[in-house]
Design a protein around this ligand. Structure first.
Ligand code: GRG
Length: 294
């Protein structure tokens, strides 16, 4: 099966799983449930579910089991975007080509949407998962909680907010992005692997791969923010410079940032060497992360 067909199949099954997992739009409190669905459904590349399915398939995990961790990570991601767009954070009006949640609804609703999506992720991941032992599922819940919290994504966001207008070194920038963007990407890969029979050394190699693509994702995001248009991105372009944020592009310049992306891409491919041809989808996703234009 070609990569585009595989990718579109996973994106469609992710959409259906999210649709089924979210509360129905007519269920009380209807406005909150409608705003949750508005923020999650019908948009986004679904990179984290794609990584979760690709990592799981490496260890012959069943797609029907991989749906739960995939959508749990996507729900956390969607919550982070809703909160990030709020006026008290990044203050944006456009996300995934449509008005941000607080613009379409209101700020209080957007705050609650984020809260509810976050807890919904753990509701999904703590549901019964056929074939997954309770102890393993507990490890998976712990993994997602650490990746999302103050030692992971929320902590990275705190560092990001404090860094506006500051000069950061490349290693300080890396410290921030390993948490803000990288932690959830790493969780997506490792949760997929936990759904199959991954040996400790395989988990270590995958963890290394995930760290590389987490940073790669961010370097490419910074390049796109500087080079792509708002129409292509579906979110406001050029915000990093406008908000005086430290990024790979403004610290290194565009051509050095592109060289760094090339190096991280190669390191990610190298980290998959122990898996041979069976890691094809992860190799393809690495290339997709670099070659995407939104
Ligand atoms: C509010 C706790 C909290 C955290 C927010 C992830 C994040 C932290 C903020 C988003 C801002 C941002 C531009 C981060 C850089 C990388 C990133 C996560 C981009 C958006 O992810 P994509 O490209 O989005 O996967 P889609 O829409 O395709 O799902």
């Amino acid at each position: 099966m070609s990569f585009p067909i595989w990718m579109s199949g996973i994106q469609q099954r992710t959409e259906s799983a999210l649709e089924a997992a979210l509360p129905a739009p007519g269920l009380a409190p209807a406005r909150l449930h409608q705003a949750m669905r508005y923020s999650v459904l019908g948009g986004g590349k679904r990179v984290r579910p794609l990584l979760c399915h690709a990592a799981g398939s490496l260890f012959e995990a069943d797609s029907s089991v991989l749906d739960a961790p995939s959508i749990a990570v996507e729900l956390i991601h969607a919550y982070s975007l809703v909160h990030d767009d709020l006026p008290c954070m990044d203050d944006d009006v456009l996300r995934r080509g449509k008005p941000t949640c607080h613009v379409e609804y209101d700020e209080a609703t957007a705050l609650l949407v984020g809260d509810a999506l976050q807890t919904h992720a753990f509701q999904v991941l703590s549901s019964r998962l056929p074939g997954i032992a309770a102890a393993r599922q507990l490890d998976m819940l712990h993994l997602l909680a650490v990746a999302s919290g103050s030692r992971g994504m929320a902590g990275g966001q705190a560092i990001d907010l404090a860094a506006v207008g500051e000069q950061l070194t490349i290693s300080e920038l890396e410290f921030m992005h390993i948490r803000k963007t990288g932690a959830l990407i790493r969780a997506a890969v490792l949760l997929g692997a936990h759904c199959g029979e991954a040996a400790p050394d395989a988990l270590e190699s995958l963890g290394h791969f995930a760290n590389r693509i987490g940073l790669l994702f961010q370097v490419v995001d910074d390049i796109l923010d500087a080079e792509a248009s708002t129409a292509t991105l579906g979110k406001t372009a050029g915000k990093d410079a406008a908000q005086n944020k430290p990024t790979y592009v403004n610290i290194l310049g565009v051509s050095e940032a592109k060289a760094m992306a090339g190096k991280l891409r190669q390191e990610a491919h190298d980290a998959l060497a122990p898996f041979g041809q069976s890691a094809l989808r992860l190799h393809e996703l690495t290339d997709f992360i670099v070659e995407r234009n939104f």
